[in-house]
Write a protein that binds this ligand. Structure first.
Ligand code: GLA
Length: 414
């Protein structure tokens, strides 16, 4: 008994001693010189988001169809077509000139447009685009040269941002060629700061191809970040740094938790209308981009669209899923061989659903209400977004036959 009591008392006594000595010693230690490796306290407030792109950006970009063959006539023609085709009225806004618009820097280091391709200058082109109720986008690169070998922004970040602001630029796509050993987060943060310092609201599109995991740090740096190498106009397959549509989808899908209003995963621009896929495949491509809350940046010749291309790019109901204010990236909730079910929660409590058949044979695909987070006994209203038809209400599930490479896109309302 006696031993036991002593055993219990000693730790209390020891603890009191230690506490007293710690209290006595602490102030003395605090007055000592800081260790050599001590860091100064962080002086800057944490970065915040820039408040832009609360829904995924929509627009057109020159690269997929025209590559380096850009000039002011082409850009004006595309701006005209964006209005006359009705694309502006369903939400497309940004006209983005990709690589190869550049000329030389002037004596003071300010970048100029190529005077042969853009004789009226970028300010005039920006004015033209704005007068049509559209927004103006441009391209640069975090290295000394762009991927097309034109002058990059490295070392000129603040000057370039200022020049873009003077031209009325509303959107910057910032590429990652010729960056050597640069740290992507630092390089993109520097340009983000330069854009803010320009005083103009400029959507910032990070085109780093996913190498340094921009979804982990991009939220307060930019508004969208590429998650993959370049898309090319094929259903599936890889070719050097380029990926077919489905290869891109499979990289982008698991990143759904990182997307939200103001900061989006970017699985690259659309190929709809460029000729390398069937109409069914293009409808699937557009449906997948819509449900993944991906930026909808058309990449075709807007002045020469056939009816099928128009019907895809201008489907208001599919666009509404993409632009839904909740800003959730849809994801795959079931996969059975080549048959998949995808779901995106919507702001009004509804769900967008894709029944997607990757296979070469028609297949029946079913979605159960439990996959949507709804009770089984619920009678839900359904709308087919491609047929633009209401379907009879369904209890518990819905199944239908989906053609090869096709998607049935639905909105389910409780
Ligand atoms: C990279 C980008 C493309 C395009 C080209 C331009 O490959 O990923 O989207 O901008 O550069 O040279």
């Amino acid at each position: 008994m006696q031993r036991k009591r002593t055993y219990k008392l000693i730790p209390v006594w020891l603890a009191l001693m230690l506490l007293a000595s710690a209290l006595a010693i602490r102030p003395a230690l605090a007055l000592e010189e800081p260790a050599d490796d001590a860091q100064p306290a962080q002086a800057e407030p944490p970065r915040t988001m820039n408040g832009l792109a609360t829904t995924p950006p929509m627009g057109w970009n020159s690269w997929n169809k025209f590559a380096c063959n850009v000039d002011e006539k082409l850009i004006r023609r595309m701006a005209d077509a964006m209005v006359s085709s009705g694309m502006r009225d369903v939400g497309y806004r940004y006209i983005v000139i990709d690589d190869c618009w550049h000329g030389e820097r002037d004596r003071d280091g300010f970048i100029q447009a190529d005077p042969k391709r853009f004789p009226s200058g970028m300010k005039a082109l920006g004015d033209y685009i704005h007068a049509k109720g559209l927004k103006f986008g441009i391209y640069s690169d975090a290295g000394r040269k762009t991927c097309g070998g034109r002058p990059g922004s490295q070392g000129y970040e603040f000057q370039d941002a200022l020049q873009y602001a003077r031209w009325g630029v509303d959107y910057l796509k910032y590429d990652w060629c010729n960056t050597g050993t640069r740290n992507a987060q630092e390089a993109y943060t520097l340009m983000a700061d330069a854009l803010r310092a320009s005083g103009r609201d400029i959507v910032f599109s990070l085109c780093e191809w996913g190498n340094q995991k921009p979804w982990l740090w991009g939220k307060t740096v930019g508004n969208l970040w590429r998650t993959t190498g370049d898309i090319y106009d094929k259903w599936q397959g890889r070719h050097k740094y380029m990926l077919g549509m489905l290869d891109i989808v499979d990289i982008n899908e698991p990143l759904w938790p990182y997307a939200g209003p103001g900061h989006w995963n970017d699985p690259d621009m659309l190929e709809v209308g460029n000729g390398g896929m069937t109409e069914t495949e293009y409808r699937t491509h557009f449906s997948l981009w819509a449900i993944m809350a991906a930026p909808l940046i058309a990449g075709n010749d807007l002045s020469r669209m056939d009816q099928a291309t128009r019907r895809i790019l201008l489907n208001r109901e599919v666009i509404a899923v993409n632009q839904d204010a909740l800003g959730v990236q849809g994801r795959r909730v079931a996969k059975n061989g080549d048959q998949e079910v995808w779901v995106k929660a919507l702001a009004d409590g509804g769900r967008a659903v894709l029944l997607f058949n990757r296979g070469e044979q028609p297949a029946e695909i079913e979605v159960g209400w439990q996959q949507l987070g709804y009770p089984r006994h619920l009678s839900a209203r359904l709308r087919d977004l491609w047929k633009q038809q209401d379907l009879p209400p369904q209890v518990g599930s819905y199944a239908t036959t989906v053609e090869p490479h096709a998607t049935v896109m639905l909105v389910v309302q409780p």
